[in-house]
Design a protein. Structure first.
Lengths: 1018, 482
């Protein structure tokens, strides 16, 4: 009945078009893939403007002028067909799905373009690449999917901040994350965590709602976003309803996660043996008899006795950090509509446990995208997404209650205190046990819950003023309310110093408003095609924070600060920024083969100094589709060839909100208000400027069965916003200035191939990228960072280069750790002799934590309804600093921390041929900061395997279903690496900055997740 | 139709090119202030002065570096196994290099307060009128004294030689507002030049603070620098500089103004129950940290990173000396008792009965003035006066004290020992050793300490100029041996 009604409305609409009737052709269009009717297909009488679209049952009826002999059927995602009408009045056709990529529609800033005509470099990741992935944030799914887009998840905690780099890192002090624009609105993505690791506001986006992600990589694509585009722009488009029947889709997924890798530490017997030997070695050095009550040996014997709690246990502490981590996810969406109104309504419930004890993420997300044509010339719509995310977070990697640090507790200590049957160290048991705080005590006694309510919504109206000219106005809000509740009861007192409990409550609200108002003019004049976009954009964002802390609760049953005896801290603060921008872009096309694009944007921002508040960001690009030329037009091998080049300027304005001002902040003294300088101002401060050129070749071979892109680019960033070291005599360590320059150059290679077509299909898509980063000018200064200043930014080297003393192994004679002196010799070379005195050795460049090569390869096999996709991803050539477990747990027993199993191979008079120095309790024999723990972090990962089966339609129709798919997904199934730590995909959350990268500090490994799911459509 | 098109075009243009250029100008921070909005009245400079005092609570200044690190680095304390490996071990073991965090922080932290004082000193005159002259004197006088005192703190760490007229390298003298002179690349003034500036500033402070609108301190609350405090500063600095006559003169001024505490009052000084004989203390309120948390943090984790060293403990008459029980306690803990042979420094346990380590740091007090005067008198040949001062102090602290009769080297040693007893954990010992014997021999030295003695020719007596400073300022020179 409903369909009848819809077709009725449809027919009424069609009557409108019935004029100049000469003859009528009608028919049905179906999909060649599943033989279902295709609504919304354009049917045009070739050479005229006469056309219709098919109705919900794929039917059309068109009056064709007598001089027309051909109908053109076209629909997004299908190969267009031209059909001779002849004398027929009924033409039924089947459209084949378009597997070629060149006719894809690519979303650009403030518009869209056919891929064939794009002159910039834009990587598209389709919704199907993200769909059903057991990843809480969609940015993680970009890993290995787009050439030159490098993802580092940092660690295995759920929903935490991750690093995305588009064509390398272009800033030393400012953000290097791309700008994220969702349905036209730049959204809030910065870390809002008050404690522990960074949060990831993209966790509030339901990945299932994403239709496509476009990454704007080169300047001509990104410059329309001006001063915020230097790190690339990620455009996210959410799903829309399509005219036609109402589809109901339901999905359910269950799975579980485990750590990808573990590291073996000493068991109890090995621990005792190793540490008693270490103590004896120290006694020997200090000349103390081992039976002296003041000897190291006596100390260690007492230590073992005390820390064993009288038990003869062997605890695998490292394993206790992990939990069985189930995942469940339910999705439901409805979409459909008619010619005037379309809708997409979705809901999701996700409950995912992390691999670390206590870590959990729960998301409830809803979305409604509506579009309505008020008249032929005016349409309006809104997209609204509402999300609630509850993340049960884990302390930062460097905190004693990070569960991963448990591995350093001696294996001789039982995890449960036999006298209390509670985790060892829980009161009333002895809280000075184990040797470090026992993170197991946190379970049930502490929480760090972060709840986010998020509303990202856009309202838009579009008016077609005259043919080809339209005006679109968009107004968007992104409101983020975040509450972080920390609570640590009396049992956790050893770690948090609150014998009667500690509660903290942080509230953050970020209100982000944006409006875009722009004209679009799109017209073909014979052989000339012109597309113009021009308008303005204004954004303002306000963030407010407040916080309260209370201590001393009447009992552990009280958890809210209302019941605390003392309100020990509280604060509120605010920050904000604004951007006002005007933009213009022209794309010109001649004879379908010569393409020119020009764009410019003027950006003003409250972040810049008064003397440089506005900047201009132009870009130009050209393309030549060579296969349109007569000499290549009908080439049998080369079906498509396009040469393109672009040059443009973008900026980076992610520098904090008031870096240009000399600031004072409250500094009370003795109960009286006070104010003190906190920042050295700079009225000349402006954005960083990145000039980028790109040359590329897009090709299609053998009827586009093989398509690909090759790009070479160079990004030169100048005016780097640097926290320049100023003399400390000013009372400040640094001042923000525009000095310095950095370059990124590299190439990208993308290949998509239909290896086998037919019933058994095999597709391969491959991307590969190489980026070379180099700091070209820092005004001669060196900016150090990272633990023990082991990382630095220095001219002539890539950013974040590891710079430290070079380890030279072990003196086979006495077990001393050795270092290369590396002091400069008169002839300019370095002294390669070794020393056992750490302070005699000079620091040298050890390597870079930035990967040299990155890429991914996906092979998809399908036969009838069965599909198998296998996705490998690689990052090669980066160095990882295995700092935490290295300097404390592979450290010759310099502290009582349990040691990695490789320490069993330490030097002894019998084992002289080793690079692990002699064990010496409380002596530092080789664990000083050095290259010793900086390892190659290259890895190849079987990132994803998906096996799915689409149940055939003829079976489904019997049970009134439209589609049904069952699938199994495995994430991070295999890892190939020589890295000694848990996981080479690491950036310790408490440490990572632009300069301090590639540190592993008891960081959690990535989860290996396996899920089973179904999608059912009605 | 054409009309409609024109109309919509005009409207949409208007919508697009609205004049909102001002919008980006109007954004100002609210919980922090742009410097141009910070100082508009003389009261704002009082807040600026408070801001300078507030920074003295930082771990880089009197929240650790000036308050307890000199004791950690000496023989007053023994590192306990409870100390965190990452903490101050580098200082204790004298293995600091130019990239040491506490050294970098110390340099930067002291100069940050100097800059805060310069903001006041250089700005306040413009707002000073005959009507508020005395208010301005009160504010500017304190700022000048503080600036001088912090230059002296810098000199103590970074200069090798404390002689009044030494031409060895001292530290840069900063007297300008950094935000107005961001490109200064000062070189190190000589020790003599730094003293010249210090004494000039302190004398000017004495003049200004002698003519103020209202009393700076009260008997019970002595947290700001007044004339007595400036005299105490002059006494100590003169002693370091070898200006014995001045040291005697200024110490006498303080002693006359501020008599020694009684034995009944003495324990209450350390709980902030009274301010007897305190010339200047840095106030720590709850939530503002404490002066000695890295020695002993009684709240929360109850971490006793350092014990009083066995020879320190042995130095006291444990029964009669009121200082002993005020400064340390056998086996003390706020949770489970510790072994009785460990003497936990409880000098900074908290205000009143609190056990949180939040308590004022007493920078200058009369007890020290007696020791300064005794030492200066002894050095200048007045043994009688020296012994008299020493006995006065001992009688005030020790019940049933029989006056001592030391003379010569024994008297010198007795004064040094008394300094150690009296000023335990007040930031003196390292500098006292540095300016006298220049030798450290730790008794009963055991792990985790790895270094037990420091020879007089070690370069470690002087801190290195921090690496970032050398990188940022081409005019800076490094100390010998780094």
């Amino acid at each position: 009945m409903r369909k009848l009604l819809l077709s009725g409305i449809f027919s009424l609409f069609l009557i409108h078009c019935l004029f100049a009737q000469e003859r009528t052709v009608s028919g049905t269009v179906i999909s060649g893939e599943d033989k279902s009717p295709l609504p919304g297909v354009n049917v045009v009488a070739k050479g005229t403007n006469v056309g219709v679209v098919t109705d919900v049952e794929g039917k059309y009826r068109l009056s064709v002028p007598t001089n027309v002999t051909t109908l053109v059927f076209s629909f997004v995602g299908f190969v267009s067909q031209e059909v001779e009408i002849g004398s027929r009045s009924t033409i039924d056709i089947s459209l084949a799905p378009d597997t070629r990529q060149l006719s894809e529609v690519i979303v650009t800033g403030y518009g869209q373009q056919i891929k064939r005509e794009v002159t910039g470099n834009i990587a598209k990741v389709g919704g199907s690449d993200i769909k059903d992935m057991p990843l809480p944030t969609f940015d993680n799914a970009l890993q290995g999917k787009a050439a030159g887009v490098v993802v580092n998840a940092g660690g295995g905690k759920l929903g935490q901040g991750i690093q995305i780099r588009v064509r390398g890192q272009s800033s030393v002090s400012a953000s290097n994350e791309p700008l994220y624009v969702i349905d036209g609105i730049p959204v809030t993505t910065q870390d809002l965590g008050s404690f522990g690791g960074a949060t990831n506001p993209l966790a509030d986006i339901n990945p299932q709602d994403i239709e496509s992600i476009e990454v704007l990589k080169d300047a001509s694509a990104a410059a329309i976003f001006g001063s915020r585009a230097a790190n690339g722009v990620v455009l996210v488009t959410t799903k829309r309803g399509k005219a036609g029947r109402t589809n109901i889709n339901f999905g359910a997924q269950y799975g579980f996660s485990k750590p990808t890798r573990k590291v073996r530490f000493l068991n109890a017997a090995e621990y005792k043996d190793y540490f008693l030997k270490a103590a004896a070695n120290s006694d020997r050095i200090d000349g103390i008899p081992t039976n002296d009550p003041d000897s190291y040996t006596a100390y260690m014997q007492d230590f073992i006795e005390f820390n064993s709690l009288g038990q003869n246990t062997d605890t695998d502490w490292g394993n206790l950090a992990f939990q069985d981590a189930p995942l469940k996810q339910y999705d439901l969406n409805f979409n459909g509509g008619n010619e005037r109104t379309s809708f997409y309504v979705s809901g999701q419930y996700l409950d995912q446990a992390g691999i670390l004890i206590g870590n959990n993420l729960e998301r409830i997300a809803g979305r409604m995208n509506l579009e309505h044509k008020v008249s032929d010339r005016f349409k309006l719509g809104m997209n609204m997404g509402l999300t609630r995310t509850l993340n049960k977070r884990i302390s930062g990697d460097r905190q004693f209650d990070n569960p991963m640090q448990m591995v350093a507790i001696p294996s001789i200590t039982p995890s449960i205190d036999p006298t209390t049957n509670l985790p060892t160290g829980t009161p009333p048991g002895d809280i000075s046990l184990p040797v470090y705080y026992n993170p197991l005590i946190n379970i049930g006694n502490a929480y760090y819950n972060t709840t986010v309510h998020r509303n990202i919504s856009t309202l838009f109206g579009q008016l077609d003023i005259v043919k080809g000219l339209s005006f679109r106005s968009e107004f968007g809000v992104d409101i983020l309310n975040q509450q972080e509740e920390l609570y640590y009861n009396s049992k956790t007192q050893r770690n948090f110093g609150a014998p009667l409990g500690l509660g903290q409550n942080f509230f953050t609200r970020v209100e982000n408003y944006n409006t875009n108002n722009f004209f679009t003019f799109d017209q073909i004049f014979g052989e000339h095609g012109l597309n113009l976009v021009g308008g303005m954009s204004y954004q303002q964002s306000q963030s407010k924070f407040n916080f309260i802390e209370g201590r001393d609760f009447p009992s552990d049953a009280y958890r809210m600060i209302a019941s605390s005896a003392r309100k020990t801290d509280g604060s509120s603060s605010e920050t904000n920024f604004r951007f006002l921008s005007y933009f213009l872009r022209a794309n010109y096309k001649f004879k379908d083969r010569y393409l020119v694009g020009l764009s410019g944007r003027v950006d003003g921002s409250s972040r810049f100094g008064r003397d440089s508040q506005y900047g201009f960001f132009p870009a130009a690009s050209m393309g030549w589709i060579i296969t349109e030329e007569s000499f290549l037009k009908d080439n049998k091998v080369v079906s498509f060839l396009k040469l393109r080049a672009s040059y443009g300027r973008t900026g980076n304005a992610e520098i904090g909100n008031f870096p240009q001002l000399g600031l004072f902040a409250g500094a009370p003294y003795a109960g009286n208000p006070g104010q003190a300088p906190t920042q050295l101002g700079n009225p000349n401060l402006s954005w960083e400027t990145t000039n980028q050129w790109d040359v590329g070749l897009d090709f299609g071979i053998l009827g586009d069965r093989l398509t690909g892109e090759i790009d070479y680019y160079q990004k030169n960033t100048t005016g780097l916003l640097l926290n320049v070291n100023v003399p400390g005599t000013t009372g400040f360590a640094t001042q923000v200035r525009n000095v310095g320059a950095m370059e990124n150059k590299g190439f990208e290679f993308v290949l998509n191939s239909d290896n086998l077509v037919g019933d058994f299909k095999w597709k391969t898509s491959l991307n590969l990228a190489r980026n070379i980063n180099k700091i070209t000018n820092l005004n001669g200064q060196i900016i150090e960072g990272g633990l023990n200043n082991m990382s630095r930014a220095v001219e002539g080297q890539p950013i974040a280069t590891f710079f430290t003393v070079e380890y030279a192994g072990v003196n086979p004679e006495n077990g001393d750790a050795l270092w290369y002196k590396n002091t400069p010799l008169p002839d300019g070379s370095l002294d390669r002799t070794t020393t056992n005195r750490y302070n005699e050795a000079q620091r040298v460049v050890i390597g870079s934590p930035l990967p040299k090569w990155t890429g991914g390869v996906t092979n998809t096999f399908s036969y009838k309804g069965i599909e198998l996709s296998v996705f490998f991803n690689a990052q090669l050539g980066q160095k990882i600093n295995f700092y935490g477990a290295g300097r404390f747990s592979s450290a010759n027993g310099r502290f009582e921390d349990n040691q990695t199993a490789d320490q069993l191979n330490s030097w002894t008079p019998q084992n002289r041929n080793t690079d692990i120095p002699e064990a010496r309790l409380f002596f530092n024999n080789g664990a000083q900061p050095s290259s010793r723990f900086i390892y190659d972090g290259s890895f190849v990962r079987l990132r994803n395997v998906t096996l799915s089966y689409n149940i055939p339609r003829n079976i489904l129709s019997k049970v009134k279903m439209n589609s049904a798919r069952v699938f199994v997904i495995g994430q991070n199934l295999l890892t190939f690496t020589k890295y000694k730590g848990w996981d080479p995909e690491v950036n310790a959350d408490d440490i990572v900055t632009n300069i301090a990268q590639g540190y592993d500090f008891y960081s959690a490994p990535q989860p290996r997740t396996i899920t089973f799911g179904v999608n059912i459509g009605f | 139709m054409k009309q409609i098109i024109k109309y919509t075009l005009a409207l949409s243009f208007a919508f697009t090119i609205t004049s909102c250029a001002k919008l980006v100008d109007e954004v100002n921070p609210t919980h922090i202030l742009d410097a141009s909005n910070a100082f508009k009245t003389i009261e704002n400079y009082e807040a600026g002065l408070n801001g300078a005092y507030a920074q003295l609570r930082s771990v880089n200044t009197y929240g650790r570096n000036q308050s307890v690190i000199p004791d950690m680095m000496s023989d007053n304390l023994s590192e306990s196994p409870e100390n965190l490996p990452q903490g101050t071990r580098g200082m204790v073991d004298w293995v600091y290099a130019a990239d040491n965090g506490a050294v970098e922080g110390g340099w930067l932290g002291l100069y940050a307060v100097i800059n805060a004082t310069n903001v006041v000193i250089n700005g306040i005159d413009a707002l000073t009128t005959p009507a508020n002259q005395k208010t301005a004197n009160r504010i500017k006088g304190q700022a000048l004294a503080l600036r001088a005192w912090l230059h002296f703190d810098l000199l103590k760490w970074f200069a090798n030689n404390y002689e009044r007229n030494s031409n060895e390298a001292g530290v840069p003298i900063m007297t300008t507002v950094s935000s107005q002179n961001p490109n200064l690349r000062p070189s190190r003034a000589t020790v003599k030049e730094v003293y010249d500036r210090i004494f000039a500033d302190l004398n000017e402070a004495l003049r200004l603070l002698g003519d103020v609108d209202r009393a700076i301190n009260t008997a019970a609350r002595r947290v700001n620098i007044d004339v007595t405090a400036v005299n105490a500063m002059l006494a100590r600095i003169s002693l370091y500089a070898g200006q014995d006559a001045d040291a005697i003169r200024f110490a006498t001024n303080v002693i006359n103004a501020l008599p020694l505490a009684t034995r009944a009052q003495f324990p209450g000084i350390w709980r902030d129950d009274n301010a007897a004989e305190v010339a200047w203390a840095i106030r720590f309120n709850p939530g503002e940290g404490g002066p000695a948390l890295e020695v002993y943090s009684p709240a929360g984790n109850d971490r006793a990173s350092f014990d009083a060293s066995p020879d320190m403990v042995a130095l006291y008459d444990q029964t009669n000396d009121v200082r002993f029980n005020s400064y340390m306690a056998s086996g003390f803990s706020t949770r489970a008792p510790r072994p009785a042979n460990r003497f936990i420094p409880i000098k900074y346990l908290g205000k009143g009965n609190n056990r949180d380590g939040v308590v004022d740091f007493k920078v200058l007090r009369t007890g020290e003035m007696f020791l300064i005067r005794a030492e200066a008198r002894q050095r200048s040949g007045d043994q009688t006066g020296a012994l008299q001062d020493l006995n006065t102090l001992r009688a005030a602290r020790i019940a049933n004290f029989m006056p001592g009769t030391e003379s010569g080297a024994a008297l010198t040693q007795a004064i040094a020992n008394e300094r150690r007893r009296e000023l335990f954990l007040e930031g003196h010992r390292w500098f006292d050793l540095k300016r006298t014997t220049r030798t450290i021999n730790r008794q009963n030295c055991r792990p985790p300490a790895t270094q037990c003695s420091l020879a007089s020719n070690s370069n470690k007596w002087t801190w290195p100029i921090p690496t970032p400073e050398l990188n940022a300022n081409p005019n800076m020179t490094q100390n010998a041996g780094y």
